[in-house]
Design a protein around this ligand. Structure first.
Ligand code: G16
Length: 543
């Protein structure tokens, strides 16, 4: 089979965002769109001659077709081997693990994460490097640069590969290995957690509901929770991956995982609830009548991870993205370990994990993970929680009360304004930026501003610098406000406003977060003029 060289031309807008290229599916379906981007990835990483690539995705609409194209292009570009998840499925953490385990060159992961799927919804593609983590900024920039001067791509014209049958086949000179996507990841989980203790928990009548949201984690969760840990059949709900996620948003938060929230707040609520997203890297944790915010989850896991065998030696350090609440910082301080503050994007944790500076990382956007892979890992977070619940014998609510009593509570919320006019959103951020030097010492809605800056990050390991990573406003009373534009949306701009208020008064640790944050919400409006600039008087999503 001789590779065909197809003439093409650059297509505007192929700039990767926070996590690879995410666009409306119909944009990806345009002639040459996918092919241009795949060739730009191959060229941007210096070619794939002789390479071993891991390929898989979250099963959304176009996943299977795109994989066929990627395989034919990999073969045409001289790759030696592609390892593909059976049925084209690989959760993002499972792909990260496979890259590391097989010492592959890297991987192509097809997902738009928590965004809905279907011909009129979203699609995405990202490249992960040899450490199993998302491409660094430098690699991403090379890929983007290549999209801007691309003139040809290489592809083999042949029949489709059977993605559903495990085993090896060839495509021109390239070996294609179709592998069970679940087993390796489940085996890795067994090395980290006390499966006997969790098994005993379930055997004792502990009840759990895991909502896989019709996305990729269903088979992983069934294997681990129901088959290996003995949770009753039916513990995993919505466990079959569907191309359109059953018409929902596979976004594990109280808004989109409403059924789970209702079940966990009902009269006969299970002891523990969890959900994961489209590609299995995000998680939501909820106890009986007790939602745990992602920032609090990170802090509790950092505090109690030593109760799991894989972390018994303690943590080397903790890292969180800048907008994530500062709850983990106080845990790190109490333990005498470093806490790193990075820009939004899991790619920024990679160098800290590789260098052994951080063991656990987390983000307000429902991602937590550790150095076992180089991605966030939804099922990992759920299992660490289960391990902690099994060892302590406490409920989620009791653990949270203990945590806040010891460390204080960072009331936290994120307000999202979606599909905002891009110019209006950029104007809002620009106006705030211009005022930063004058803000300290002034008041916003009665709160005194102590500090104001735009976040920049100097990676302590590789020295790379990332600028323009969000506007930070710190208040004298311990409150904090962050404004940033999302890098994962596919329509207009998404303005994210992150709100935080530290509370240490023991009598005020059990308030409704939105109520506790009312003064900070007012300060955000006073400072940014959100309603006037965007025409929106309320956020679209509050998490
Ligand atoms: C990605 C990144 C995360 C980031 C999230 C939201 O997650 O890996 O680090 O926190 O997007 O980013 P933004 O605020 O720019 O929309 P995922 O789960 O979507 O791959």
């Amino acid at each position: 089979m001789t590779p065909t060289v197809i003439q093409t031309a650059p297509i505007d807008g192929q700039k990767p965002g926070t996590s690879g290229l995410r666009k409306k599916t119909r944009i990806f379906l345009q002639p040459h769109y996918l092919e241009n981007y795949v060739q730009a990835i191959f060229d941007g990483i210096g070619g794939v001659a002789g390479a071993h690539l891991v390929v898989g995705g979250d099963g959304r609409y176009f996943n299977d077709r795109a994989i066929q194209v990627i395989l034919r292009m990999a073969a045409a570009n001289g790759a030696a081997r592609c390892t593909v998840g059976q049925g084209g499925l690989l959760s993002t953490p499972a792909a990260s693990h496979l890259i590391r385990k097989l010492q592959a060159t890297g991987g192509l992961i097809l997902s738009a994460s928590h965004n809905p799927g279907g011909p009129d919804e979203d699609f995405g593609l990202k490249y992960n490097g040899p450490n199993g983590g998302p491409a660094t900024e430098a690699v991403t920039e090379r890929i983007h640069a290549r999209t801007r001067d691309i003139d040809t791509y290489r592809i083999i014209e042949t029949q489709d590969i059977d993605l559903d049958t495990a085993g090896e086949t060839t495509l021109a000179d390239m070996v294609v290995a179709i592998v069970d996507p679940v087993t390796d990841h489940a085996d890795l989980m067994e090395t980290l957690f006390d499966f006997d203790a969790i098994r005993a928990l379930f055997a004792g009548g502990f009840r759990m509901r895991f909502d896989a949201m019709h996305a990729v984690t269903g088979p992983y969760a069934r294997e681990v929770l129901e088959t290996r840990l003995g949770a009753p059949a039916g513990t995993v709900v919505n466990g079959t991956p569907l191309p359109d996620f059953g018409g929902g948003h596979p976004d594990p938060n109280p808004i989109w995982a409403k059924d789970l929230m209702q079940a966990m707040h009902g009269a006969d609520a299970p002891d523990f609830g969890a959900a994961s997203d489209g590609d299995g890297d995000r998680n939501m944790i909820v106890g009986r009548h007790c939602y745990v915010s992602p920032s609090d989850s990170l802090a509790v896991l950092a505090d109690l991870a030593h109760l799991a065998p894989g972390y018994a030696a303690g943590l080397k350090g903790v890292a969180r993205s800048m907008p994530t609440s500062c709850a983990a910082d106080r845990v790190a301080a109490a333990k005498g370990i470093d806490c790193y503050e990075t820009p939004t994007g899991w790619k920024f944790f990679g160098s800290l994990l590789d260098a052994g500076r951080a063991t656990i990382c987390g983000e307000e956007s429902a991602g937590t993970g550790s150095d076992h892979v180089r991605e966030k890992d939804g099922l990992w977070a759920v299992l660490l929680w289960l391990n902690i619940l099994a060892v302590t014998g406490k409920s989620v609510a009791a653990l949270m009360a203990d945590h806040w009593a010891r460390y204080g509570r960072n009331y936290y919320s994120r307000h999202d304004y979606e599909a905002v006019d891009s110019a209006a959103a950029t104007g809002l951020i620009d106006a705030l930026r211009a005022r930063l030097p004058d803000l300290p010492g002034t008041e916003a809605a009665g709160l005194t501003i102590a500090a104001a800056d735009e976040f920049s990050y100097d990676d302590p390991v590789d020295g790379s610098r990332a600028t323009g990573q969000g506007i930070r406003i710190g208040f004298a009373n311990g409150a904090r406000l962050v404004f940033r534009l999302s890098g994962t949306g596919t329509e207009g701009a998404t303005l994210r406003v992150y709100l935080e208020q530290l509370e240490t008064d023991p009598g005020r640790l059990d308030r409704d977060p939105q109520e506790a944050l009312t003064p900070v919400i007012a300060a955000a409006e006073a400072l940014a003029g959100i309603a006037a600039r965007t025409g929106r008087t309320a956020p679209d999503v509050i998490t």
